[in-house]
Design a protein around this ligand. Structure first.
Ligand SMILES: NC(=O)c1ccc[n+]([C@@H]2O[C@H](COP(=O)([O-])OP(=O)(O)OC[C@H]3O[C@@H](n4cnc5c(N)ncnc54)[C@H](OP(=O)(O)O)[C@@H]3O)[C@@H](O)[C@H]2O)c1
Length: 301
């Protein structure tokens, strides 16, 4: 058990938010509230306290004077920039919140090269810098670094597979990289906040987690085994991907620039968190790759 009882989740209606809210509601220790915008059309289970805010300092002040929260979990959309989250952090610190979890959940932006490749994520890095400025004996933070969401990625963008056309884009080399299921993230959040030792050991840190350690070869052979299908492999040069994506970025084409995220994942094993992850500390279960592929790939084939 930990001292965290009252938890406020911002962005609980989103992709990561809905699963996180469901996981928090399963744990008796927590009294769960959600923060949502006044004009949001999203709905929440009846058992949840719903608080509305436009994220202005005044409106957040009213929210935080209505309840005394122990922890705030931000699962806000990444495109909001850092100002909304900064306001949430300021209100949290002023109100005596003990642990703030920012909406990070992605690349290792502590690595300057990764940050320079994925420059559109700089608001997330700035938020961690801001939390470092504000941290104190009573106000602490933890940022979960997850790499790509695996189950969500398989269902939403195919994770380098075109499942219908039976094609697989293979970047040169066979670099290890880690990926994380949404279910692993929600468990990590709950386990981190519900246990006093875990709370202590994760204070004021980027906390790395993962569900699977992969290489693209391992992933392809597991997919072919589970599906019984054969995929045509399209070989791609990482150097060429980086060159083209940098050109796209310079011309403002953000879709083309997304190749830089691949470079940040595969170059120099930047996307492999297996040696620095806190899975054991957080009591996270081992991932079962074949079971995940059966569950998420077979229905879309
Ligand atoms: N590593 C990966 O592969 C991966 C994949 C997906 C997401 N992520 C990360 O996970 C985090 C959550 O992403 P998500 O996809 O779950 O977010 P999302 O579904 O796009 O949005 C989450 C919530 O943010 C709130 N929101 C949206 N626009 C806002 C604004 N302008 N001001 C204030 N609130 C706003 C909305 O809540 P209300 O309508 O209730 O106000 C929304 O439901 C982000 O940090 C994202 O980068 C990582």
């Amino acid at each position: 058990m930990s001292s965290i009882k009252k938890v406020l989740i911002a962005g609980a209606s989103g992709t990561l938010g809905q699963s996180t809210l469901a996981e928090f509601l399963r744990v008796e220790q927590f009294d769960v509230f959600v923060l949502t915008r006044p004009d949001s059309k999203k709905t929440f289970p009846d058992s949840v306290g719903v608080l509305k805010t436009d994220y202005s300092p005044q409106s957040l002040g009213e929210v935080f004077s209505s309840q005394k929260f122990d922890a705030v979990v931000s699962l806000l959309n990444r495109s909001i920039g850092s100002e909304v989250e900064r306001a949430l952090i300021n209100a949290s610190k002023t109100a005596g919140v003990k642990r703030f979890i920012p909406s990070d959940f992605g690349n290792d932006l502590a690595n300057p090269e990764v940050l320079s490749l994925c420059s559109w994520f700089s608001p997330k890095a700035k938020i961690v810098d801001y939390l470092k400025e504000l941290e104190s004996g009573s106000f602490t933070w933890s940022a979960l670094i997850t790499g790509p969401f695996f189950d969500w990625g398989l269902q939403n963008h195919g994770f380098d597979f075109d499942f219908k056309a039976r094609k697989f884009t293979k970047y040169e080399g066979s670099t290890p990289f880690t990926v994380t299921n949404v279910g692993t993230i929600t468990k990590a959040l709950v386990n981190l906040l519900s246990d006093s030792e875990r709370l202590r050991d994760t204070a004021n840190k980027r906390v790395y987690i993962s569900t699977h350690l992969l290489t693209q070869d391992k992933l392809l052979s597991a997919v072919e085994k589970v599906t019984g299908a054969t995929f045509e492999v399209l070989q791609v040069s990482l150097e060429e991907t980086e060159r083209k994506a940098r050109e796209s970025l310079a011309s403002g084409d953000m879709v083309g620039a997304f190749g830089l995220a691949k470079v940040a994942l595969f170059k120099n094993s930047y996307g492999d968190f297996s040696k620095k992850q806190s899975n054991e500390l957080l009591g996270l279960p081992q991932g079962d790759l074949e079971a995940d592929l059966k569950k998420y790939v077979n229905p879309i084939l």
